[in-house]
Design a protein around this ligand. Structure first.
Ligand SMILES: Nc1ncnc2c1ncn2[C@@H]1O[C@H](COP(=O)(O)OP(=O)(O)O)[C@@H](O)[C@H]1O
Ligand SMILES: [Mg+2]
Length: 256
């Protein structure tokens, strides 16, 4: 099995706080891998290190065998890593379509700023971008809303639009930070199907999520963080029975 992403002995400290401590983890290509754990466990910090928001204090992160440490975020995105954010970060006063177009510009020759100059070459490129962006919106069931302001969409649709924008960067791995947060049960089921469908196209999924029905239902491997340390890793059936995990995180509330 080939690994897409490999974290080796990765640590991140904020002053005296060890947000992530000595984390080693492999995310195999084409799989759905989840990272779970209580609030403050360090999950978002892991995503922030992978995507170059800040470098780890120790350890190494590699993608397809190439080290990512100290690369800037835009370089990391162009390697094929995309993410969504725990707190939705859309351009709320831009349209749904424009939000996806912005994602796509990181892959084009013109770039977002130069595209504003609209030379003939860029205009042609722009048309391709619109077509591709509409294709992605269709895939996510958002095509009809393409002309609406992102900020006016219902919450669940905004979460899916974030995924659309991430997909527009043409990723090989997609990092999803609590994508089901604020979704109703029906939207969550649809999200689950969407994540599976994306995985089936060959995309690798690295998921942070609190909704245990979602996590247990779709993950092939689950790693559990507690106070920055990995306390368990394995398939869902194993994680659900793990005493340390039950004590630190799952409690007895799994069937609620
Ligand atoms: N930029 C930062 N500066 C200082 N402390 C931070 C920063 N980011 C996260 N932390 C702290 O690191 C710990 C892990 O946070 P986080 O990764 O957001 O946890 P999770 O996503 O698992 O809820 C928390 O105690 C949090 O307050
Ligand atoms: Mg978080």
């Amino acid at each position: 099995m080939t690994d897409a992403l490999v974290l080796e002995n990765v640590s991140k400290w904020f002053g005296g706080l060890h947000a992530v401590e000595d984390l080693t983890m492999n995310i195999p290509k084409g799989k759905i891998v989840s990272l779970i754990g209580p609030n403050g466990a360090g999950k978002t910090t892991v995503f922030n290190m992978i995507t170059g928001v800040y470098p780890p204090n120790k350890g190494s992160i590699s993608f397809k065998g190439k080290k990512l440490n100290h690369l800037k975020s835009n370089r990391i995105i162009s390697q094929g890593i995309a993410r969504t954010f725990q707190n939705i970060r859309l351009f709320k006063s831009m349209t749904v379509l424009e939000n996806v177009q912005v994602g796509m510009h990181c892959r084009t020759k013109s770039g977002a700023v130069r595209a504003l100059l609209k030379t003939r070459f860029e205009t042609r490129e722009e048309r391709v971008i619109v077509d591709k962006s509409m294709g992605i919106l269709e895939y996510l069931g958002l095509a009809e809303a393409h002309n609406e302001y992102a900020g006016s969409l219902p919450y669940g649709d905004q979460r899916r639009l974030e995924i659309a924008r991430a997909l527009a960067t043409g990723p090989e791995i997609l990092l999803l930070d609590e994508p089901a947060a604020g979704m109703n049960p029906m939207e969550t089921v649809e999200l689950m199907e969407l994540i599976r469908k994306l995985r089936d196209t060959g995309l690798t999924i690295f998921l942070v999520e609190h909704d245990m029905k979602l996590v247990m239902g779709i993950s092939e491997i689950i790693a559990v963080l507690d106070h920055g340390q990995k306390i368990a890793e394995g398939p869902p059936a194993e994680i659900q029975k793990n005493e340390k995990v039950i004590e630190a995180y799952l409690g007895s509330g799994l069937d609620d």
